[in-house]
Design a protein around this ligand. Structure first.
Ligand code: S3P
Length: 168
């Protein structure tokens, strides 16, 4: 299989954006972040889109965005935590699951970052959401990395895997 793009999936705050930026640099690929693209196009933050237009509307934007981004090849694409749950990730994506435990994620996220994520407001609900989603993340992944350690520790595991694959 020749993959068009590397697509990072995982729960909110697992490190997809930070990992994606570093990976893209190391692999000489472009980096794109679905949430940021949506925020730019809508000229509004994810929190504001949730508030003003609702979650279903945001999910529609995510599907359009990943379809649009996937017309190009050779990129590292970071997705929002819900994208793989509500959208179809185009074929020929090398999907990497950044697999961190819920408590590790909470410990990693400063309050400022938590506040940007409407679905993290209620910790009990967020924990339930995490449990609901992990099976889907694992099923979709071509490669799952144990992301409970610090990013510099596990990033080379992802890079080594990718370097063994054929990605445009
Ligand atoms: C969401 C994750 C967020 C963002 C939105 C919804 C989710 O992205 O897309 O708040 O449903 O898990 P991150 O995974 O980058 O936090």
């Amino acid at each position: 299989m020749v993959y068009d793009n590397i697509v990072l999936i995982g729960f909110m705050g697992s490190g997809k954006t930070s990992v994606g930026k570093i990976l893209a640099r190391q692999l000489f690929k472009d980096f794109v972040d679905v949430d940021s693209v949506i925020e730019e196009e809508q000229n509004a933050s994810v929190t504001d889109i949730f508030k003003s237009k609702g979650e279903a509307y945001f999910r529609g934007l995510e599907q359009k965005c990943i379809d649009e981004l996937s017309k190009k090849k050779g990129q590292v694409i970071a997705t929002g935590g819900g994208l793989p749950i509500y959208s179809t990730i185009p074929d020929k994506s090398l999907i990497v699951y950044i697999d961190a435990d819920f408590d590790v994620i909470l410990g990693r996220l400063p309050k400022k970052e938590r506040d940007k994520r409407p679905l993290l407001e209620d910790e009990t609900r967020a924990r339930a959401l995490f449990s609901e989603r992990i099976d889907t993340y694992k099923e979709l992944a071509v490669f799952t990395v144990d992301a409970n350690q610090k990013i510099p520790v596990f990033i080379h595991v992802i890079r080594d895997f990718i370097l063994d694959q054929r990605v445009l």
